[in-house]
Structures are given as C-alpha cells and as structure tokens.
Design a protein around this ligand. Sequence first.
Ligand code: ARG
Length: 281
Amino acid sequence: MTTQSAPSSPVRRAEPRRYLMCRPTYFDVSYAINVWMDPDKPVDRDLAVLQWERLRALYLDLGHTVELIEPIPGLPDMVYAANGATVVDGLALGARFRNRERAAEGPAYLDWLRAHGDCVDILDPVHVNEGEGDFLVAGRWLLAGTGFRSSRQSHAEAQEFLGRPVVSLELVDDRYYHLDTALAVLTDDLVMYNPAAFSPGSRAALERLFPDAVLADPADAEVFGLNAVSDGRHVVLPEGAVGLAAQLRERGFEPIAVDLSELLKGGGSVKCCTLELRPRT
Ligand code: ARG
C-alpha cells in the first residue's frame, strides 16, 4: 500500500536560499534578557557547537548556501544571527538592539553585510529593531512584531526603507518576546503561529491575512516549535514540536526535526540561528 498525502494538500516546492549563520564559539548564558535564560544553569558549549554544525550541514544538504560571520568574544548571543539584520530585495536594514549586552552585534552584522552581503543599499537604523527576530517577510507583506524588543517606530522605518507594507503585530506573552518565537512563514501566503502570543487585535489581523494558517497549540509553542525555517517545502523545526510536524505533513510540507537543546537555554532555536539574505529579484 502506498501512502498518499491528502488530496487537498498542494505540492510544495523548495527554493534554494542564502543564509547567514554564526558559529556559537563564544555562546554562553551569562546574563538574562528573556525569561528562558538562567545564568545559573550550565551550558555545554561543545554540544551547542555540535548541534549548530548539524543545522548548518542540514541546510547544505537541502541545497542552500550558508555564509558565516566570524563570532566575536564577549558577544555570547551572536549565534542568533536572525537578529542581526533584515535583508529583502538586496536592501539590508541593520539592527539596533534593545539591550546593551547585545548592542555591539548591530555594527558587526552591518560590517559583514557591507563586505559580503551583495547589498544594493544598507541602512543603519535610528530606531530599535532586532532584525528578523521581529521582521518576517511573508510574500508582499513585512510582518513586524513589537511589545518586547523592536519599537513601533522601527516598523515605520522598515516600511520606508524596504518599501514593503508593514503589518504591526503586538506580542503579549514574555516567553514569546520576538515575532519569530510566535510565528513562522511557510510560503508567501501561508504562516503558522501561536494565537495566544498576540493581542486580540493582532490575532484578528492575522486571521484576516492568513485564514488558512496552521495554528500551534501551547505545547508546540513552548518547545519553540514556531522558531522554524521553511524553504517552501522543508520546514526545519525543533524536535519537540511533534503536533506541528504532523500538521505540516498534512499540509504537504516535509518537517525536519532538529535538536538545538543548548541554544534553547539562550531563548532561541532554528530560526534564531538563521538570517536569510534575500537578493534583488
Ligand atoms: N538571548 C537572545 C535574546 O534574548 C536570544 C535571541 C533569540 N533570537 C531570535 N531571533 N528570537 O536576545
């Protein structure tokens, strides 16, 4: 007997992507700027590096390009590359961090983008924004989180620079302090998200924009299941998110579970470690 996907699920096509990652050479939890971080809990850095290497190898196996930025001593969160910028159509909007512990990461990522990003234009922002932690490209929209890190003013700054209509979304649960911990883009017109992480108005806006969205239950959200990376077909996500993986399979995607337990101690997972570099189209 052959197994077939449900007749309604469309064929999903993967598209090769260009990602920027940062090896967790200096990864640590030496301060706490989100509720997941506990500086008293030991971190196994060698294991963090191994888990991260597996993620990188997986992207290469899937046919993606992975660029590397040199890690800097004293910046233990630099492994979370998604926060370093937002790059769309070859336009790179730099990051400006809320917490001083991460402030130096903004210029470091900007320097890399200036040297290797093949960018058409680069902006060092005025307002606080934490890159793709809070800005997610979904087709013609730029979904933009606020409430904990990126400021509302940064949403206007992003729209002006990137020329993409911004949809501001209010995050209300401090466990899901970045948009990419509460929502993942699967294709240009499909997302998955945790409704409980958003204000009522933002939830209503998401329902209007994405009536067919995959909704995560609390158990999948708590293991960072929404901190996922999709290439249009393969969805790389934390291994604990079994409910989400099943839903994705039903929708015609190929979920690939990875173990990033050490990086979870800093409050991040797959997507946090991955900055997408989108070329001019
Ligand atoms: N410890 C980091 C922070 O609190 C984790 C960042 C996670 N990154 C992300 N894209 N959500 O800033």
